[in-house]
Design a protein. Structure first.
Length: 30
């Protein structure tokens, strides 16, 4: 259970990082 919770946390963190990176990338393109 702890491993699943940790994996879920890491996944949400990765999604936040990817979203932030893609937003910054779009700002650079404009």
């Amino acid at each position: 259970a702890a491993a699943m919770a940790g994996d879920n946390t890491v996944r949400s963190l990765l999604e936040k990082m990817i979203h932030h990176a893609s937003s910054a990338y779009l700002c650079i393109l404009e």
